[in-house]
Design a protein. Structure first.
Length: 118
């Protein structure tokens, strides 16, 4: 029983120690480390806000997908989200994202025009 209690105490101490160490990285450690996770994209820039807004529109559209009564709303939200993502792709100069969102936008516009013409 004492062994189990000792192991629990040691585990608790190790967790507390790890928690303290993880929040005490210096600026130099953060910049030079290959083991500390860092985001590849800058934060709180205009493209950061646009990508999150675009993602919200795309997720909103996806939540309506498959409900026939909301097909037009789905397409409109998708067009807005993909257009915003296309803009972010151009800012980032990411050709794969430009291709994906550009072609996706063409498909969505074709679908909404077909819906409106019917």
């Amino acid at each position: 029983m004492n062994i189990k209690k000792n192991l629990k105490n040691k585990l608790k101490i190790l967790r507390e120690k790890a928690k303290k160490q993880s929040s005490n990285f210096s600026t130099e450690e953060l910049q030079n480390s290959t083991r500390i996770f860092k985001s590849a994209t800058p934060k709180y820039t205009i493209d950061w806000y646009v990508k999150w807004i675009a993602s919200a529109f795309v997720l909103g559209a996806m939540s309506l997908r498959g409900i026939p009564e909301y097909q037009e709303t789905d397409l409109i939200l998708s067009i807005i989200g993909i257009t915003l993502w296309l803009w972010v792709s151009v800012i980032w100069k990411d050709r794969a994202l430009i291709l994906l969102n550009g072609v996706g936008l063409l498909f969505l516009v074709r679908n909404i025009l077909e819906l409106w013409v019917q």
